[in-house]
Design a protein around this ligand. Sequence first.
Ligand SMILES: *Cc1c(COP(=O)(O)O)cnc(C)c1O
Length: 821
Amino acid sequence: MSSSIEEIASILGAKRLGNHPSTIDWILTDSRSLCFPEETLFFALKTKRNDGHKYIPELYVRGVRNFVVSELPEKPGDYSDANFLQVGDTRRALQRLAAKHREHFQIPVVGITGSNGKTVVKEWLYQLLSPERTVTRSPRSYNSQIGVPLSVWLLNEHTELGIFEAGISEMGEMEALQPIIQPTIGVITNIGGAHQENFASLQDKCMEKLQLFKDCDVIVYNGDNELISSCVAKSLFTSREIAWSMKDNERPLYIERIEKDDKGTTVKYRYLGFNKEYRIPFIDDASIENSLNCLAVCLYLMLSPESIAERMAHLEPVAMRLEVKEGKNGCVLINDSYNSDFASLDIALDFMARRTEDKGRKRTLILSDILETGQPSKLLYRQVAELVHSRGVDRIIGVGEEISAAASRFEIEKAFFRSTSELLESGLLTSLRNEVVLIKGARAFHFDEISDRLEQKVHETILEINLNALVDNLNYYRNKLKPETKMVCMVKASAYGAGSFEIAKTLEDHRVDYLAVAVADEGADLRKAGINSSIMIMNPELTAFKTMFDYKLEPEVYSFHLLDELIKAVGREGASSIPIHIKIDTGMHRLGFAPSDIPQLIDRLQRQTAVIPRSIFSHLVGSDSATFDSFTRRQIETFEAAADALQAAFSHKILRHICNTAGIERYPGAQFEMVRLGIGLYGVDPFTNKMLRNVSTLRTTILQIHDVPAEDTVGYSRKGHLDRDSRIAALPIGYADGLNRHLGNGHGYCLVNGQKAPYVGNICMDVCMIDVTDIDCKEGDSVIIFGDDLPVTVLAEQLNTIPYEVLTGVSARVKRIYYQD
Ligand SMILES: *Cc1c(COP(=O)(O)O)cnc(C)c1O
């Protein structure tokens, strides 16, 4: 749906500079996602860390002519044919535009909030309701102050039902989201401790979330949840309620029985006096609860219990990610084969276009018909073709009757097939070489058969790294800091095992101030791979000064000997003013100048120009434990005094930093000008030993399964005794991959199809054996060594060590695979 720039200016109440007629179809807030410059309106958002106004010159060169700004450019003359809409607050303006857009639609809209399960409930409602309605929903988990307006903007004249999620992290945010979503049906999934830091209590958070529902016709929630029930009662809404309950048969939706077996769960319920049931192919409690929330919405929308039962039985797990895999013949596969709609196609193509590591490769898109859009297919495929052209796709392989009929719209290399099997039989797939292949298809097309065919099948062990989780963790800690506090991100030890380059690149994209590695070679490798951020070297070797100068790496300096050698080396190179970072020993007694060395250090520094102190820092020995609080405070005081003394001797500002991950969490008053974030980035909260968002998953597959009689043993030295006839599976991972040998003989376990499988016998160098007697599994099934459902903290406890050691122990021969959800 298009709007003219005049209309938008008037909705925003903006002051307009430039008077050029324009029609707007697309809204852009992230310059990297630009696709249709002529029809795009760019909102220059200001965040704590960044300012969208910076990207205006670049976007103008790329063809964008319409901008919403809070400050006009210095030289408006440089943008002779552009329109600038000036507003006080660009984020508010974006929200207002979306709210206005929402008002055009008199349709049911589901608004989903809660601490967990929002995206699953949204996707399942889509699976349950889209067969007879055209649904517009939030792409992936766009649920923030920016994501919600961008989602709601997708509503169009064909939409019959909207489903949007709303996530908040502080008070007042829901008030901004409510008018944008204006839900008629409200769902609150649950209330937990996530993002609690900005709320005084769980109740405050719950009340804030319920603000979303103030004009709803109906509210759906778990009536057995006392907190939610009491908050709903307190909110004094006049809306209808469908509170489902397993305990109270007076509730409108009474859940009589929940029966789990090994294949799924049967739910028996009573609604409006009728007894009905359905079954889902999941057995975990979160899935059951999510299905109950979906049930209530479907019943309210008058989907028949028979249709509900029929569709619940086929609910698919929600894969919330774009997987990148290695394909045959040097191809890279981006697998998004579980859904296909216009918005997610756009996101996937954007993802493909941005992968700098694939520059120069041919880009191929395998795309099925896009189903259930409600749009006339002529118009739909014209838009798809435009999108495909503008995102730089080199070849399209279309599958399905409708897309085949639109073949002539695609002006690039192309091939079309009426069905997936026709494509599989054609032999075309075996001819793909060194390409990036995006596989995107509606479920009905079973594109998993295509990805299966293209995938390089190696029965290997891989470490999967979720880059979005890393960014979420980064932001989690950023939110604890003052906006001006700088951040060093520790990518030493191959980014705690996750792999330096991809992690550094992601952190650079998110504009962290410094990266830190242990030795100069690690820093040089990052530079060679194209990392431009400032890099700190924590243990500069005397032999590596040249590398440091060549690659602009900034050494830490902890002793007079190191300082003198460095100054000499800088002199030999004819360089000067090399930034260095001064380390003070305040109690760790590892490396560093003693506080009493400061006067002599100042004297030495002032009598030379080779190096210049950029920062001064120290390291806390026990910031993750309350036991050491008084010692930690003393370290901080000692550090501050040393830093003051050094600063007093120089006119330029010297940055101070002492907090590591636990320090950021526990000593907000000690953030000075900079902090150093390590383990928290990778998902472990060192204070609670709980997980933030898990980043790394170590995964392998079952190579072979043996039936072993009770009297036999398993593995070396006959250590693996069996107390019954057993099924034993062998996995291609051993201590040389970083699977600690102490987990053997039942001291640890892995997960096979979600169930615990203990290690049997001694772990070998390259292989280990597990007991799968009670687990339904077969050769080729995937096995999780650690990941979401088996956190690395659990392994660390079993091994009586710290998560750092488990993470960094995954050896270099284990392939790292990166993805974004
Ligand atoms: C590794 C390291 C950190 C990061 O510590 P985390 O506990 O992982 O946050 C900070 N500072 C120094 C000097 C380090 O060596």
